[in-house]
Design a protein around this ligand. Structure first.
Ligand SMILES: [Zn+2]
Length: 253
């Protein structure tokens, strides 16, 4: 086999971050999103659940689930603004938090957004990641990754899948680059040092989720330092990267 030059994926023209909860994109891939929007990319979000089951930052504050849902959507829009994501490019599915299931309907909804937004790249949870040291991955996380991956391939690009979407005027669209976040086997590190403090500020907009902003900031910096270990970067995010049609990919990070 001939040696191929190492590839650095570069900045896509557009990307969709497809996640389970409001705050997932900031926490998991806020550096990559800001890196891309800084370079002129348009990035949108699909947030599958309504976040009604999370409230670490609420303390004794009394709030109904319905109020929490609206508050979390507002937090999500303000957080995304730090990363260069426009509010009109955020779609909320409002499935109940903690009750996400990989159904045909969920796939259809994701395919619809992919065909509407037509992103060149997508970021989603690695669905293979169920456990990690000292931590059990939230089932909404791997479920969101599993459904998003099925929507990306083979459904969104297949004219014969969901003919009712074609009837809505939504043409097939194949995403070229897939970034699996929180990956089982990372093969790409992205330098996020220039974006790290914006990532932290974005996360801290989720005030209903963050009990102690300083502690969260420290944790996020530590996490980025760990993700960079062994690379030439000080702060990074790690991904498993897939480019369609490139079976023998040598990545440079
Ligand atoms: Zn989450």
């Amino acid at each position: 086999m001939t040696e191929r030059p190492a590839l650095f994926p570069g900045t896509p023209a557009s990307a969709l971050a497809i996640f389970a909860h409001p705050d997932d994109p900031e926490f998991v891939c806020g550096g990559l999103i800001a890196n891309w929007t800084d370079a002129g990319a348009r990035v949108g979000y699909v947030i599958m659940t309504d976040g009604r089951a999370g409230g670490a930052g609420l303390g004794d504050e009394l709030i109904t689930p319905e109020e929490l849902v609206l508050r979390r959507e507002d937090e999500q829009r303000r957080a995304a603004a730090h990363l260069g994501v426009a509010p009109e490019d955020i779609v909320f599915f409002r499935e109940h938090d903690g009750e996400l299931f990989h159904t045909l309907e969920l796939r259809r909804r994701i395919v619809r957004e992919i065909r509407r937004f037509k992103p060149e790249a997508a970021i989603l949870f690695d669905p293979r990641r169920r456990v990690m040291p000292g931590y059990v991955q939230h089932p909404d996380h791997w479920t969101s990754g599993e459904a998003a991956l099925a929507a990306i391939a083979p459904l969104a690009g297949n004219r014969l899948a969901f003919p009712e979407l074609l009837a809505e005027g939504l043409e097939p669209h194949q995403i070229r680059d897939i970034y699996l976040a929180s990956p089982v086997d990372p093969n790409l590190r992205i330098d996020i040092e220039p974006q790290l403090e914006r990532k932290v500020a974005a996360m801290n907009e989720h005030t209903s989720q963050v009990a102690d902003p300083e502690r969260t900031a420290g944790f996020m910096r530590d996490f980025a330092r760990m993700a960079a270990a062994g690379s030439r970067y000080e702060f990074a995010e790690a991904y498993h990267f897939i480019r369609f049609g490139e079976r023998f990919l040598t990545l440079e990070d």
